[in-house]
Design a protein around this ligand. Sequence first.
Ligand code: TYD
Length: 217
Amino acid sequence: MGKWGFFVTFEGIEGSGKTTLAKGLYDYLKSNSFKTILTREPGGTKEAEEIRRVLLKVGNSLDPVTELLLMLAARRENVYKKVLPALRETYIVISDRFDDSSFAYQGFGRGLELKFISRLNKVATGGLKPNLTFLVDIDPEAGFSRIKTKELDRFEREDLEFHTRVRRGYLILAKRAKKRIKVLDGSRSPEELLSEVIEVTLERLSQKGLNKFKLEG
Ligand code: TYD
């Protein structure tokens, strides 16, 4: 595929710092004349952000399959309305969470079968996979202590065991996709982490020819 962008995703449990890193990479690329957009899941479009509200609202009780289907409905909107159109224009698309979250949270966290998730997920993604994924790995207790000052959403209120299952799940996914998923030690300083993210991203981009992702290119 000649004229095609580059898709980078950030994953990790609550309090891992992945959102800051995604934003940091976006700012770096933008200020260096790369064509780039930043999105997030669940969310990224107006309609998907509305679905996000249902998913995160404290007090809502959702059957695990319903939860998965809503995540996937939001993903379908984000992929078809935002991510794919940008990739077609050779943009670098950065997403704060993508389909690894569904395997980690609805699979390892909630206990749904991975094969079942995978089948339905393909309907949402049309088979799109990230070129590169950063998994910011952190101990759930350390993650919790970072988020406890803000108002917690429906997932953040899950207990330590839930988040421990999610973390282990992520690490299993990373082992199965060594080339795509780069595991980062989330206990390192934000500056160190960001420079590693930038370095790895630039290296992967340059394998595809840096100029095609640049504004003047
Ligand atoms: P997140 O974007 O991490 O929110 P915050 O702004 O609070 O950091 O929160 C989204 C939540 O949705 C997060 O707890 C993980 C969950 N999630 C899933 O369970 N499955 C999914 O497929 C996705 C994309 C997110």
